[in-house]
Design a protein around this ligand. Structure first.
Ligand code: SF4
Length: 485
């Protein structure tokens, strides 16, 4: 089914422009429904007027993406997986990034400490706060009570969504019963356990994960569960390590996504998950390799899965503070893969204040490319500098390319100096130009009537630059001697 147009959505709305949803017109509401900024329930007419029930049902049908979304958990940290409309990001955008869950064994003596660490973990990067999405609790003890106890413990100390992992239906359902209010994902349903777990999932409105390496078996299980009444399903076609198995894993995931999104197969129309953590149960860990070499194999699988929009992954590495490097790699990759290609990565030009700058505080110049401005700002703050950051409109292009393309030039910088009153804030006329724009320094001195000093090529070098080269009084003496000539 092709993506509906705003007009098709508008046709199913009340068209009274009553503004009760906060929008001035039903057309504006229709446009934002498509962008998932509002939900059908935000229009009281559609929800409350029985005469509109047919239109509402049609609207739900029209806007449901070919790969349905599944929600795991409740409250602020509930995570939506899947719900995508396209196979490749550039065809539109991905709406929900790969959810990263970290596995914990139910008999881990440090369970409490690990859960607290994972719950609070935050990484700030280029203006975004990156966090983990959940915990996959594995029944390693083989004991139903231990599993239940561990599940309860996690819900008491964390609001992260949980996947309950056991292939023993009895053990799985004992823990699920104890924490069903937290809407865990039940992992996993197989050909042997579908009836029992499916029944529990229907009664308690819980999502389930089907595991199978056989596509036909998969689709038949999915069809049966849906017929049975299961409302949310996640598909796991297996994660395999060892020679030749990477391509099998990759192909299975892509096949499921393609069948769901391009062929709109109702049995495959669900999010897909992968378990890089399976490395540790599939590969013999001997003394021939360092620990990090094994971890690296797991992470490579995770990175591949993220890059093909696998909707959820479960990792083993990352539980411990010293393994932060692993999460840094996967969370930053994920940030890049799931940025919206339709949003131009620009920030507003202007004069940004950092700390409490005084009269002779430096003025750093940069472009308005988001990935430049934010790291520069973070480096300035990280160095505890009190200064000004002059962000010049380079049409959202990074400095090196914008200098080459002419968007970041002496004229545009001089204009920004004037427009944002940079020299009104200080008692000097010094500008610090990024190293990558060094060749503009002569022209900029003329255009902005300023003393220009070239800073480091990378903003991480600013503290060293400030220590060794920032001599504002000397610069101003030089500037004044020129001015007199
Ligand atoms: S509340 Fe419904 S009817 Fe009223 S403007 Fe919004 S979309 Fe239109």
């Amino acid at each position: 089914m092709a993506r509906p147009s705003p007009l098709e959505i508008y046709a199913l709305l009340d068209k009274s422009n009553c503004k009760e949803c906060g929008y001035d017109t039903c057309m504006a509401f229709a446009t934002d429904i498509l962008e998932r900024k509002v939900k059908i329930k935000d229009c009281p007419h559609l929800m409350q007027d029985p005469k509109q029930a047919k239109k509402r049902d049609k609207l739900i049908e029209v806007i449901t993406p070919p790969q349905k979304p599944v929600i795991i958990g409740t409250g602020d940290r509930a995570v939506t997986v899947g719900g995508e409309e396209v196979l490749m990001r550039h065809q539109l955008t991905f709406y929900n990034q790969t959810a990263i869950f970290i596995e914990i064994a139910d008999d881990d003596a440090d369970l409490e400490e690990i859960v607290k660490y994972l719950t609070d973990l935050k990484i700030e990067r280029i203006g975004d706060v990156l966090t983990l999405d959940g915990i996959a609790l594995r029944n390693v003890s083989g004991d139903a009570d231990q599993f239940k106890l561990a599940a309860k413990k996690i819900t008491e100390i964390s609001n992260l969504p949980i996947i309950l992992c056991s292939f023993n239906a009895e053990v799985l359902l004992a823990a699920a019963e104890a924490i069903k209010e937290n809407k865990p994902l039940l992992y996993a349903i197989t050909i042997d356990s579908w009836e029992r777990i499916g029944k529990f999932a229907i009664e308690n409105n819980l999502p389930v994960a089907i595991v199978s390496s056989n596509l036909d078996e998969f689709l038949s299980l999915s069809a049966t569960l849906q017929k049975f009444g299961v409302k949310e399903i996640v598909l796991d076609s297996g994660t395999y390590f060892g020679p030749g198995n990477l391509s099998v894993t990759y192909d299975n995931i892509m096949q499921l996504r393609t069948v769901a999104i391009n062929k709109e197969d109702l049995n495959a129309c669900w999010p897909v998950m992968g378990v890089p953590a399976a490395y540790w149960s599939q590969v013999k860990i001997g003394n021939d390799k360092e620990l990090w070499e094994h971890q690296y194999q797991e992470l490579i699988m995770g990175a591949i899965m993220e890059s093909i929009d696998t909707n959820l992954i479960v990792l083993h590495t990352g539980q411990k503070k010293e393994e932060i490097w692993a999460l840094l790699a996967l969370m930053t990759l994920r940030q890049s893969v799931f940025s919206d290609p339709r949003i131009y990565p620009a920030v507003d030009p202007g004069l940004y204040i950092i700390g409490e700058p005084e009269d002779m505080a430096p003025i750093f110049v940069t472009s308005n490319y988001r990935m430049t401005k934010i790291p520069v700002e973070q480096d300035l703050k990280g160095a505890n500098l009190n200064c000004w950051l002059l962000v010049v409109d380079s049409e959202g292009i990074g400095i090196e390319s914008a200098v080459a393309g002419g968007q970041f030039n002496a004229g545009s910088i001089a204009e920004a100096v004037k427009e944002f009153g940079a020299f009104d804030k200080v008692k000097h006329r010094i500008l610090i130009l990024p190293g990558m724009a060094a060749r503009l320094s002569g022209a900029l001195e003329d255009e902005a009537d300023a003393f220009v000093i070239v800073g480091p090529r990378d903003s991480s070098g600013i503290p060293k630059f400030m220590d060794s080269q920032w001599k504002p009084e000397e610069f101003m003496k030089e500037y004044e001697s020129w001015s007199k000539e």
